[in-house]
Structure formats: C-alpha cells, structure tokens
Design a protein around this ligand. Structure first.
Ligand SMILES: N[C@@H](CCC(=O)N[C@@H](CS)C(=O)NCC(=O)O)C(=O)O
Length: 379
C-alpha cells in the first residue's frame, strides 16, 4: 500500500506525520496541497482546508498529525512502538506531543515571520512551491504566498507573540535548546534509543520552522548542534544514531527518567502550564454559558473555525493573549488519559511542577468525529 501525504514542505503539522512515515518505513508520496485534486476532492470531504491529510490507496482519508500516527500504529505499520507501555514513559510521551505541537508555536512563528531580511526570499518560494498549483505561472505562487503570509502573521499574534513578549520568546527558546541539547548528549531520542510519540510532537516545530527556515536553522546549528542532528535524525529512515554507537532501540531502563529529561519537564511547567490553566479556564466558562450545546457539535458557526475565543494570562511576567482551541484540549486529554489514577506518577508530576496537568479538565470532553473537533455531553 502506498499512501499520499498532502501537505507542504514547510508545514509544521505535516512534518510530524512525514517523520513518522519515514521512520517507520511506510511507503508514501509527498503531495502538494496546491494540487487541484486536493482542493477539489479532498478538502470537501474533510470539511475544511487543513493539512496534513493522509490518503490511502482505497481513498480513505485521515486528517491530523496525531490521528494519522494513531491510525498507522493501530494498523500495525509501526516499525517500533510509538506509544511507550510503561507509566512514566507513556505520560512523558504525551506531554511532549502536546508541548511540541502546541507549546513551541511562539518561537516557531516568531523565528519564521519576524526576520524578513533573512527568511523571506526562502519562505516566499517555499510557500509557493507547496501551495500553488504545480507547474503554475510564478505569479500564482507569489499571490498564494501573500495570502498565506497575511494569515500566518495574524496567527502569530494569536499565539502570544507581541513586541513585549519577543525578548522572552527568544530567551525561553534558547533555554529550551540548551536543555534539549544537554539531554541529547546521552540519548539519541527523547526516551532512549528509538523515537516515540514525544519525538514526533517535537519534530513539528523543530523541523518545519526552527530547523529549516534560514534564520532559526542557523541559530540551531550554532547553538544546539545535537538538536539539529536530532532534527536530521527524525527524518532519516533508520535510527541514524551512529555517534551514540548505534545503541539498541530500547527506551531508558526501568521506566527511568534521567535528570536532563526532568529538567525539560520543568521547562514545560514554567513555559506552557500557565497557558494550559488559562485555556482550560476559558473553555469551562465558555461551556458553562452553553448548557444546551448539542453533543457531537463544535458550537462554532462554521467547520473552518477552530478557535472558541481568546484568553489573556501572565506569561513570564508579561500579559499575552492566545486563541483557545478545542484541539489543544484533545491533546491534553491524551496526557490525562496517560495519567489515569496511577499514584506513582504523582511524584514525577509534582517534582517537575506539572501536577496541575492531572486536574485541569473541561466539563465536556473533546472528540474528533469526521475529522472535526466536537464536544461530548457534559461529564
Ligand atoms: N492539529 C492539526 C493542525 C493542522 C494545522 O493547523 N495545519 C496548518 C498548516 S501547518 C493549516 O492547515 N492551517 C490552515 C490555515 O491556516 O488555513 C493537525 O495536525 O492536523
């Protein structure tokens, strides 16, 4: 079976699905989202313009990086198990799936869109290559880029990047790079000798934006060689861990969590937990105002809408405002499902400042039905 992956080379969420397909040796074609077939046949079936979309030979479509990985794994296509089975590793994997895809959006967007002198010639052509009709006149590519760039600069603001927060975004990202680099000094992947779901979460921003656009790629190469190598490794078909002596593809023994990984978890607590508190609080107030919301619906007017509102909160001493997306709650639920009532995880969570992850829940769960995020009945 050959799959088609509709996306673009520089798309954050496409990078997650692509990395999984490469690493697990699943045959697939990278297809441009600019193909008329995507617009005309795939998008109407998905219900909104969004990438990545994976299409199987029989025409079955799966939208969303996390859903694609789960689907492939359930179909038995994984070369190495993506989801760890031991409690601590399982939980850590889900935390980094959430943090990678959603928590690193501030540096991803800042380093793509606020360094025009260095980035724009590359990003302009790159967007055109992925989004314009294949073979079209270059003027179509330029137009497509203008449209997309305007949307993305707006999206950057809705992730909390503003004049006042920029120095903090940069300092936090450099801290993250240093911590991840230190962790990779003794392990080729987040949890040991092979990639797991946390690596696939992290690769989304660290490949598409931060490891590939000219300005941040240069920064990563200069400041965090091991992270840059990990980005390369995550897109290699083998384990690509020669410099570690090509260790067995095992996870840390005894569900172990080395200090360097605990330090990364503490970083997540400081950097991202305030945002989780803010959006869970907002979502609960929003749900409370809609007691009659029909289960199985999004509560939004159009299927293309993904944000239920905006919430302000204190981030590293500055007030920032972010869009509240049910999608993030869906990923947060995966973290909470991994916590369950396992008492032994409490120690790890409290030691790393992440205890609130277990309790920050919404009054209804988010489910994905027909590729869209919808609310369940109240729980
Ligand atoms: N969590 C989703 C997010 C997908 C997403 O936001 N994709 C971006 C491109 S990287 C997109 O399609 N944006 C559509 C738009 O902004 O119009 C997934 O993995 O499918």
């Amino acid at each position: 079976m050959t799959y088609r992956l509709y996306g673009t080379p520089g798309s954050l969420y496409t990078a997650k699905a692509r990395s999984w397909l490469i690493k697990n040796g699943v045959p697939f074609e990278n297809r441009a989202a600019g193909e008329p077939r995507f617009r005309e046949e795939v998008v109407p079936k998905i219900g909104r313009w969004i990438i990545p979309v994976l299409e199987a030979n029989d025409g079955e479509l799966t939208q969303d990086g996390s859903a694609i990985i789960e689907r492939m794994e359930a179909d038995g296509l994984a070369r190495w198990p993506t989801f760890p089975q031991t409690p601590r590793h399982r939980l850590i994997g889900q935390i980094f799936e959430l943090f990678g895809g959603e928590g690193l959006l501030r540096p991803a967007m800042h380093y793509r869109w606020n360094f025009d002198a260095v980035n724009l010639p590359f990003v302009g052509l790159d967007f055109a290559a992925g989004l314009a009709t294949p073979g079209a006149d270059p003027s179509e590519g330029a137009g497509v880029f203008q449209f997309a760039a305007q949307r993305m600069r707006k999206a950057m603001a809705s992730f909390g990047v503003n004049e006042a927060s920029i120095p903090l975004v940069e300092a936090a990202y450099e801290e993250f790079l240093a911590l991840f680099d230190a962790h990779l000094a003794h392990s080729p992947y987040l949890l040991g000798g092979r990639p797991t779901i946390g690596d696939y979460g992290l690769i989304a921003p660290l490949y598409a934006h931060l490891g590939r656009d000219p300005y941040p790629a240069d920064l990563m190469k200069r400041k965090a060689h091991r992270v840059w190598r990990w980005v390369e490794r995550m897109n290699a078909a083998d384990l690509d861990s020669g410099e570690y002596g090509y260790p067995a593809p095992d996870l840390f023994p005894d569900d172990g969590v080395p200090d360097t990984l605990r330090a990364l978890l503490r970083f997540v607590a400081e950097d991202y937990l305030p945002e989780v508190r803010a959006y869970v609080g907002f979502a609960n107030a929003w749900l409370a105002e809609r007691p009659d919301l029909e289960p199985g619906t999004s509560g939004l007017a159009r299927s293309s809408e993904r944000v239920i509102g905006r919430v302000a909160f204190d981030w590293r001493g500055e007030t920032i405002e972010v869009g509240v997306m049910p999608y993030r709650l869906w990923l947060l639920q995966k973290v909470q499902d991994a916590i369950g009532d396992t008492a032994e995880l409490n120690a790890l969570l409290s030691e790393t400042g992440l205890s609130d992850l277990a309790t920050l829940k919404t009054g209804r769960r988010v489910e994905r039905v027909n590729q869209l995020e919808v609310w369940t009945a109240p729980i």
